[in-house]
Ligand binder design. Structure first.
Ligand code: ATP
Ligand code: FE2
Length: 327
């Protein structure tokens, strides 16, 4: 019999509710908090925004899916990592639905959900994942019961590096798409390349780019070299993970996966290693409720439920702390 899962995403700037029926997506409703120009994301403001929108998003998701809350089989929510107050809001709504409608509850790890929805939508089976977003940069692969982190950033995430650089160059936010566009006209200038073992670091490169900009180096050359350097580092680590695990698939996800140059470079590496590249469709590579609903469903099929008393949020929950019992 088919099963319906409702998923709540509320780790950071996105509040989303997704509904899936087995592998079919019935609803994907969300809203994004965008800070006023020049301001960062104040957790209090994000929380206020989500609090105001949550009920409407839920209502719209149910209408789109053409169901009511009593029709769902499982209620899933992002349990971490993320902003504590936003996570708490999602967990609260999930607990309410679980108790009031007597539905089993599943607390989902947010990065795990990025991977699972990526596998579903690209049809890859057992990839090395390059997870590169505004808040995360990790090379991940499944081994002996868990998603293991083979390499990760030692300081800031790559998407954040794009944004910090863009802001200091006076460019529009988010920085990724703008830097990608400008980079097309640039040529190479020397930049640091920092890979330690299978980990990498981006903040030194950003600092050097800012220094070059002050010295009058052309912005397009900085953008081009920044991309080349950062992506090469990421791909070196991904290639080592492929070699180590002997896997034959690369899955790229997160907001930075939208970058064409990154995909081009990954494609070249995959060809050389006789591996295949899978890129998560843009609509589902960023945060959304569908990925939580789908992962919650996989987990519930493997009887991985969360008791109310264990449903507290986990703001620093790492992907490699999760026992993957549904594979
Ligand atoms: P997380 O998933 O870790 O919570 P997030 O939700 O902040 O992070 P995403 O929405 O997945 O991140 O991605 C946003 C990031 O992707 C931004 O930092 C943005 O600059 C970057 N980005 C978007 N498009 C591109 C692009 N074409 N090239 C490079 N970076 C990009
Ligand atoms: Fe995310």
């Amino acid at each position: 019999m088919s099963k319906i899962s409702l998923g709540i995403e509320s780790t950071a700037h996105t509040f989303g509710i997704g509904v899936v029926e087995d592998k079919k997506i019935l609803a994907d409703e969300k809203s994004f908090y965008k800070p006023p120009l020049g301001q960062g994301m104040l957790p209090r403001k994000v929380f206020e925004f989500h609090s105001e929108n949550a009920a409407n998003i839920l209502k719209n998701a149910l209408i789109k899916a053409n169901i009511s809350l009593k029709d769902i089989d499982v209620v899933s929510f992002s349990q971490g990592p993320g902003l504590p107050n936003c996570l708490t809001l999602g967990a609260f709504i999930a607990r309410y639905i679980s108790i009031k409608y007597k539905k089993p509850l599943v607390g989902v790890n947010h990065p795990v959900a990025h991977l699972e929805i990526g596998k579903l939508l690209t049809d890859c089976k057992d990839p090395v994942t390059v997870y590169c977003s505004g808040g995360n940069t990790q090379i991940i692969a499944y081994e002996s019961g868990r998603y293991r982190v083979f390499g990760e950033t030692l300081d800031i995430p790559i998407g954040n590096a794009f944004d910090v650089l863009a802001r200091s160059l006076g460019l529009e936010m988010p920085g990724g798409p703008v830097i990608e566009k400008i980079a097309k006209k640039g040529k190479w200038v020397d930049l640091p390349y920092i890979v330690k073992g299978m980990d990498f670091s981006f903040s030194g490169i950003v600092t050097e780019c800012q220094r070059l900009a002050k010295r009058g180096v052309k912005i397009e050359d900085i953008a081009y070299s920044f991309q080349e350097s950062c992506f090469s580092m990421l791909i070196e680590a991904a290639e080592r993970a492929l070699a180590h695990t002997e896997k034959k698939e690369i899955l790229v996800t997160g907001g930075v996966a939208a970058n064409q140059r990154l995909n081009e470079m990954l494609e070249i590496m995959c060809k050389e290693r006789d591996a295949k590249l899978f890129s998560v469709p843009l609509k589902y590579s960023g945060d959304n409720g569908v990925m939580i609903a789908y992962t919650g469903l996989l987990m519930s099929n493997a009887k991985c439920f969360t008791r109310i008393e264990d449903s507290f949020i986990k703001k620093d929950w790492r992907i490699d702390e999760v026992d993957v019992k549904w594979m």
